[in-house]
Design a protein around this ligand. Structure first.
Ligand SMILES: Cc1cc2nc3c(=O)[nH]c(=O)nc-3n(C[C@H](O)[C@H](O)[C@H](O)COP(=O)(O)OP(=O)(O)OC[C@H]3O[C@@H](n4cnc5c(N)ncnc54)[C@H](O)[C@@H]3O)c2cc1C
Length: 258
């Protein structure tokens, strides 16, 4: 097996604040001196969050060439999130987590309290914005809302930005950062539909000019369908679109690797 590049080291942090953003999304502020030197990365970057079995004592794994492992060979519980905002003095990192009701991370959010410890490693690759581009399409589901917020803050104000967001419930909408050229379309999944259906429909029905840049993220199978549509059917240049699978529908405990 080919060795992968070692990710940045884990930093132990504490939950400082927990703030519901809506009934389905929680903002958690992580804090601690070990965040000093964390590279905030580009918009829509990623961080690995290690959830310890015991929130009072974080045992850190080591990099085993291809993944993080504990000394006894067991795998730590690590999930990938978006480093929404990073501040220094005191050092704080905000993450926002979807309460989808069916996973270790989602359950952790429901029980986390100030003072609980986790560890973060990052940041992973983000989106490099071409400042000369004047047309963007952003598409994502609830898990991509933090990344879309970061992108809206960072895109050139002169650009036209079409945003399509798939939500499961009407109250999953969030107030997004204002962008003068943004048009936001919220698409609510209907009963019986599969996560990603509306995301795919939003991308296939969008006007995409040859110079438009597309950024899309959400359920992994939908991301795959979107890639095929953009690159194989529309013939969009691969350098003009970033499409990322953020989670896998119906696969308990399986993480989409970044
Ligand atoms: C680069 C990147 C950035 C990400 N940023 C964020 C972020 O900022 N906020 C965020 O909430 N998520 C984000 N995600 C997605 C997040 O990593 C996954 O949703 C996470 O693995 C869920 O962990 P879990 O333990 O709750 O569920 P898992 O153990 O991964 O899965 C258990 C079950 O829950 C289902 N499930 C998992 N995630 C979701 C979901 N979002 N909606 C509905 N069902 C789900 C699975 O299909 C499975 O059936 C990001 C992923 C990547 C790759």
């Amino acid at each position: 097996m080919r060795a992968r590049r070692e990710p940045p080291p884990f930093r132990i942090v504490e939950v400082a604040r927990i703030e519901p953003r809506n009934p389905h999304m929680v903002r958690i502020t992580l804090a601690g001196p070990m965040l000093q030197g964390l590279d905030p990365g580009l918009p829509a970057a990623s961080v690995r969050v290690l959830l310890p079995g015991d929130p009072t004592e974080v045992v850190l794994p080591t990099w085993a060439g291809n993944e993080f492992l504990f000394a006894d060979g067991s795998r730590p519980t690590i999930r990938t999130l978006t480093p929404l905002s990073f501040r220094s003095g005191p050092f704080e990192l905000d993450i926002e987590v979807v309460r989808h009701g069916n996973g270790i991370l989602s359950a952790w959010v429901d029980t986390a309290k100030a003072g609980d410890r986790v560890a973060v490693s990052g940041t992973g690759r983000g989106y490099k914005i071409d400042p000369a581009v004047r047309s963007f399409l952003l598409a994502g589901d609830e898990s991509a809302l933090p990344a879309i917020s970061m992108l809206l803050r960072a895109l050139p104000p002169e650009a036209e930005v079409e945003v399509a967001i798939e939500i499961r419930h009407p109250d999953a909408r969030l107030e997004l950062p204002a962008h003068p050229g943004a048009t936001i379309q919220w698409c609510q999944l209907e009963a019986g539909s599969t996560p990603g259906d509306f995301l795919f429909a939003a991308v296939t029905s969008a006007q995409i000019a040859p110079d438009t840049r597309v950024w899309a993220a959400g359920e992994a199978a939908a991301a795959q369908r979107i890639r095929r549509h953009l690159f194989d059917e529309r013939g969009l240049s691969r350098s003009h679109a970033v499409v990322r699978g953020y989670w896998k529908y119906g696969r308990g405990g399986v993480r989409v690797d970044v």
